[in-house]
Design a protein around this ligand. Structure first.
Ligand code: PLP
Length: 284
């Protein structure tokens, strides 16, 4: 299969898979998801992603149809079925199906998985970004499939020829981006928003903080503003498929690009960890 779709036990070519119209994804966008890179048919940071997936589901009281171990087994089996072993693995659970009724239906959720070919962005080319007010709800730590503000922000970035849209709350606090976390380097310190309810606790973010620990780069998890961002030495976006990407302009103004060695030390360590953990194990 080129692109695989899975829905509640059915498996097929993604474009040919169908789902019932009464799935609560269709009525309310009532579900949560997670997503990660796969290289050499090895799911990167699988435990961290599955833990977050279950936390998101629990926060919305969605009943999981599988245990964590069953889900990991299923994902590992599905990645064997695609032509390419380098993939983006996306999975979501929706709150079951039934008549359109806001209150919860009985029973377990519906499990969806998609696998599509993708290579990680190595972050060697700096990118441009725009900004937009963060108009999302106040539970951004839950990875829900309801993503309209992020969709609008992403489109704004695309129409400006940019890679990402950086979001700020009234008052100027930077939260994150439409589909990435955002960080700055200033005077040798990595500054990143705290993992409160205004951001998604990104797995790539957590991995980068771990790498900074190894490289003895101090990390400051206090909120920063758009002014801090414009004056930063480097501006970095992270996500599962764009593990460490350098931003060179924001709203058309030059930013960052002033600590190339520090940025490169972080980027190369992040990428090295990804390649190491997704290498084909050496034959004995
Ligand atoms: N923030 C938002 C809003 C996201 O949608 C994502 C990824 O989907 C991230 C941050 C990055 O999270 P991760 O590093 O786990 O991919």
């Amino acid at each position: 299969m080129k692109e695989l779709g899975y829905y509640n036990g059915r498996i097929g070519e993604l474009s040919e898979m169908t789902v019932p119209m009464n799935d609560r994804a269709c009525w309310f966008g009532d579900g949560v998801y997670d997503a990660e890179m796969v290289r050499n048919r090895r799911l990167f940071a699988l435990d961290e992603h599955v833990d977050r997936f279950f936390r998101s589901a629990a926060a919305l009281r969605i009943v999981m149809p599988v245990t964590k171990e069953e889900l990991k087994k299923l994902l590992n089996e599905l990645v064997q079925k695609t032509e390419s072993g380098n993939l983006f693995a996306y999975y979501q659970v929706t709150r079951g199906g039934g008549p359109r009724n806001h209150v919860f239906p009985e029973g377990p959720g519906h499990l969806w998985v998609t696998l599509t070919p993708r290579e990680v962005n190595e972050g060697k080319t700096p990118v441009d970004a725009v900004t937009a007010e963060d108009t999302r709800f106040f539970h951004c730590d839950i990875k829900t499939i309801n993503l309209i503000p992020s969709v609008m922000a992403s489109q704004k970035a695309k129409e400006a020829g940019c890679h990402e849209c950086i979001l700020y709350r009234p008052g100027g606090r930077i939260t994150e981006c439409s589909h990435s976390n955002i960080h700055i380097l200033k005077d040798g310190v990595l500054r990143t928003a705290p993992t409160d309810h205004l951001i998604l606790p990104g797995i790539a973010r957590a991995r980068m903080i771990g790498i900074c620990g190894e490289l003895q780069i101090p990390v400051d998890e206090t909120p920063f503003s758009i002014t801090d961002l414009m004056q930063a030495d480097e501006v970095i976006a992270t996500s599962s498929s764009n593990l460490c990407v350098r931003i060179k302009t924001v709203d058309g103004q030059a930013v960052g690009m002033k600590a190339p060695e520090l940025y490169e030390a972080i980027r190369s360590a992040v990428l090295a960890q990804y390649y190491r953990e997704t290498d084909i194990p050496a034959a004995r």
